[in-house]
Write a protein that binds this ligand. Structure first.
Ligand code: SF4
Length: 390
């Protein structure tokens, strides 16, 4: 351990890169070369990508490059059409259930960071039951369990809570600290359907600048978590970068490499991606690379063209206006009326506990009306292949 900036401590224990896992790819990939892969794209590259059915990562880089901007309308139209073909006319709603805001990590962009002086709460059984009742009342049948990262909220806690939660929901996903493959396997036997582990950024130096303390500063261990999830045979694996920490185009190209890496090895799994942009939070930071609304639309359309079967999720971090227009684009799932503080559904008077500010605070009924207005039907379950209208 060494002293870092601002008298903070940085944990320097780093797992080695593992041959055959994505850490090995990252270790042997030059960030600058990946950056050039989108910076040097020409209009011809964009036209070629638009004419293809099976796109590779290089085509994806062309579609998110500035030279593709004049083709945005064509990309969005194609993206809408492909989404309808593969997923039907439906949009699935889910609710995040925050179980704990206790965290032993220090991430510069997060309100739950350990040095932030906020009230900490880990829900017990009766508090979880109250949350379940409040969430079920709103109609949700698919939830995402979210926690901070600490030993207090690890396998023994999950083993107590999952049997309590699972019987109430047909789909259960988790966004918690990276675990070992055998732990993922154990959770799967308890009914876990999906695990999301967002890498935040694939740029190691930037990653370490934003993850100052705790296990999350172990870059390779997090990077290889999706490999471990795949090895455990979990049904769905979710990827994401925090748009704004680094050059959003380079991070997105790296995530496209990550997806293809996983798809080759864990072909029985389904995959999802999300597009979180940095939001204000307690002690928050200014984004290094700002992605505009228009560029986010371009990125979303490029992902759909890159992978027709990919599930794509939109959170309440985005504004009502953006979500309104995004409904038709390429998304398959959306959160609604989210509370990012533990216990927030049963009692939402505890604003100070929030992980980040919610931008779209509209009630579920209003979100449903908006979705229907856009010509799409709401489904409460996670997307299922049986719903496909292919
Ligand atoms: S992003 Fe996650 S790990 Fe980092 S401080 Fe927030 S809750 Fe903890």
């Amino acid at each position: 351990m060494i002293a870092g900036g601002n008298n903070r401590i940085r944990l320097l224990e780093q797992s080695p890169a593992i041959e055959g896992q994505f850490s090995h790819f990252v270790e042997n990939t030059d960030w600058q070369v990946v950056t050039q892969s989108h910076q040097e794209k020409t209009e011809q590259d964009v036209l070629r990508a638009l004419s293809k059915n099976k796109l590779d990562v290089d085509d994806f880089a062309a579609l998110i490059s500035p030279v593709a901007e004049p083709y945005l309308l064509e990309m969005v139209t194609k993206s809408e059409k492909l989404t309808q073909q593969r997923f039907g006319n439906t949009l699935s709603l889910f609710a995040p259930l925050y179980l704990s805001n206790t965290c032993a990590n220090e991430c510069t962009y997060c309100g739950f960071s350990m040095s932030n002086a906020i009230k900490r709460l880990t829900l017990n059984e009766s508090q979880v039951e109250k949350e379940i009742t409040a969430i079920k009342t709103k109609g949700f049948d698919h939830i995402l369990l979210v926690t901070g990262e600490t030993n207090k909220v690890s396998m023994p806690y999950f083993e107590r809570m999952i049997p309590l939660i699972k019987p109430h929901f047909s789909q259960l996903s988790m966004e918690v600290q990276p675990l070992a493959a055998d732990e993922y396997k154990q959770l799967q036997t308890m009914g876990l359907d999906g695990v999301l582990v967002y890498q935040e950024t694939y740029q190691r130096k930037t990653y370490l600048e934003h993850h100052l303390r705790g296990n999350k500063s172990n870059f390779n261990y997090r990077l290889d978590a999706p490999d471990r999830i795949g090895q455990a045979g979990i049904h769905k694996i979710g990827l994401g970068v925090l748009l704004g920490l680094e050059d959003w185009r380079t991070d997105s190209v790296m995530m496209a490499h990550h997806l293809r890496h996983l798809q080759k090895r864990y072909w029985r799994s389904r995959f999802s991606v999300a597009f979180p942009r940095i939001r204000p939070c307690a002690g928050g930071i200014v984004p290094k690379s700002v992605i505009s609304d228009r560029q986010l639309v371009q990125l979303i359309a490029a992902w759909r063209l890159f992978d027709w079967d990919l599930e794509m999720s939109l959170s309440t971090r985005e504004s009502p206006e953006f979500r309104h227009h995004a409904v038709r684009m390429g998304f398959t799932t959306m959160s609604a009326e989210s509370k990012t503080q533990p216990g927030g559904y049963a009692d939402d008077s505890q604003d100070a506990l929030e992980q980040f500010e919610i931008s779209d605070e509209r009630p579920v009924a209003e979100i449903m009306a908006m979705i229907r207005q856009q010509g799409r039907e709401v489904v409460w379950k996670d997307w299922d292949p049986a719903l496909s209208h292919v």
